[in-house]
Design a protein around this ligand. Structure first.
Ligand SMILES: [Zn+2]
Length: 450
């Protein structure tokens, strides 16, 4: 059997200051790969492709930081190699977190750039925040990623590049599901054989329908659950909506293939390219469809941000339902969403929007409504214990769903949490990944493992 890949995200500077930790990680978790992150000193040719405005472009481009002195990354790569480790770079993708110009931002199907919250329906949302997404069909952005990924790997001798955040915004920025419909995306749709007007009409109709939810029906659906066929009927059975989800995913997939080709070419086939592949429950909503990664060398489902990404997303939708289904009770809105996404099997998840913020240390475990105190292990601060229980159950659920849906031809390396939680829980998630046949895993934050 091939050796499992075990990669840890380690700050480049930490490699230099604490090289002994690499040995410890090799010993304790079988570390094979150090995942570093720059900043990098890229060539004038690549820097010329940086699409960011001149105020910031000397310091950063989409996905990475720039420097004139790259001695730290160089030395960190050499040190990891000297210890027999492979090196990957963790570089960002389209979901950069902040978009410095509206021209590069995603636009919704009504033509509004989403890098500002604006004044529309979303501005009323309890958790409204600007989109952090660049348009994935913007050629200037993609030329930059293509050149930057390839050059970073080639120049510093890395064996791989993992493009994290290579997607649309997570569910909590729900207007992003109605994006991107900019001119570049309309053009891409045409090239790829999609009927943009049909998709736009279908999706806009769904949006209209979502504005007028019936509290009684949502409550009933929370009780009995809806299967995918029910949902299809409820959404109007419109092919434009399905095409829209497919089009968004295919847009990303064709760029993944392009980035992989460029990386192989620049490194004579030495380095591998992989992209983030969102967990199965939510993949289509952030523009992912596992079959569209055929051009990649590996895929990475991020599972460590169950709270930050998935529960926050559901909390934002619960807030949406509260505002658009007058008379609905909060617990019914929350329960409806758990059922819809299959989270109802974890029967003791919190039934309030406040309680859904599992990742926030600000809410101690004992204050979470419906929290089972016996699930809290001894020791550690309340914030640490917060992750015990629901976190692991949700990781397990998502890992199993991915194991069902994943293509077998491409290695899948789930991204797991290596800090904060009790060690026994950390081990449990690695064992589960192993038993489900994943080819390895990535670990973010490793303090809990040393
Ligand atoms: Zn676009």
């Amino acid at each position: 059997m091939a050796k499992k890949l075990v990669a840890c995200r380690i700050a480049d500077r930490d490699v230099l200051e604490h090289p002994e930790e690499l040995d410890l990680l090799k010993d304790k978790v079988g570390l094979t790969t150090a995942m570093l992150g720059g900043p990098f000193d890229l060539s004038p040719e690549t820097r010329a492709l940086n699409p960011y405005p001149k105020e910031v472009r000397d310091k950063r481009g989409p996905g990475l930081g720039l420097t004139g002195d790259d001695s730290i990354v160089r030395r960190a790569v050499d040190l990891a190699h000297a210890k027999g480790l492979e090196v990957w770079f963790n570089i960002g993708g389209w979901n950069t977190g902040d978009v410095p110009s509206s021209e590069l931002a995603i636009k919704d199907l009504w033509g509004r750039p989403l890098n500002k919250v604006g004044t529309g329906e979303y501005s009323q949302a309890r958790f409204a925040k600007p989109s952090g997404n660049l348009c994935p069909n913007n050629e200037a952005v993609n030329r930059w990623f293509e050149a930057a990924y390839a050059e970073a790997a080639a120049k510093y001798g890395a064996e791989g590049v993992y493009a994290g955040h290579s997607r649309y915004d997570d569910l909590s920025v729900y207007p992003a599901i109605f994006a991107c419909g900019c001119e570049s995306c309309q053009q891409a749709a045409k090239e790829m054989g999609y009927d943009f007007e049909d998709m736009q009409r279908g999706v806009q109709e769904v949006w209209e329908r979502l504005q007028r939810l019936d509290a009684r029906k949502v409550k009933l659906a929370a009780e009995v659950g809806l299967n995918p066929f029910d949902l299809l009927e409820l959404l109007g059975g419109d092919t434009g909506v399905i095409e829209w989800l497919n089009f968004r995913a295919a847009s990303l997939g064709r760029q993944f293939a392009r980035f992989t080709t460029a990386l192989h070419k620049a490194t004579n086939g030495r380095a591998r390219f992989g992209a983030q592949a969102y967990p199965a429950s939510f993949e289509l909503l952030v523009g992912h469809l596992y079959k569209d990664y055929a051009g990649c060398d590996f895929m990475v489902p991020p599972l460590m941000w169950i709270g930050g990404h998935f529960m926050d997303g559901l909390a934002a939708w619960a807030d949406f339902i509260l505002r658009h289904a007058p008379g609905i009770e909060e617990k019914d809105a929350v329960r409806f969403l758990y059922r819809l996404f299959g989270y109802d099997v974890v029967e003791w998840l919190p039934l309030s929007i406040d309680g859904m913020h599992l990742h926030q240390g600000a809410i101690p475990a004992e204050r979470l409504p419906d929290y089972r105190p016996q699930s809290i292990s001894g020791g550690g601060a309340p914030a640490e214990n917060l992750y015990f229980g629901p976190y692991m159950d949700l990781v397990e659920l998502e890992m199993k769903k991915i194991a069902i849906l994943r293509p077998s031809a491409i290695p899948f390396y789930p991204l797991l949490r290596g800090a904060v939680r009790p060690r026994v829980e950390l081990r449990r998630q690695f064992q589960l990944a192993e038993s489900l046949g994943f080819e390895g895993w990535l670990i973010h934050g490793y303090e809990g493992l040393l």
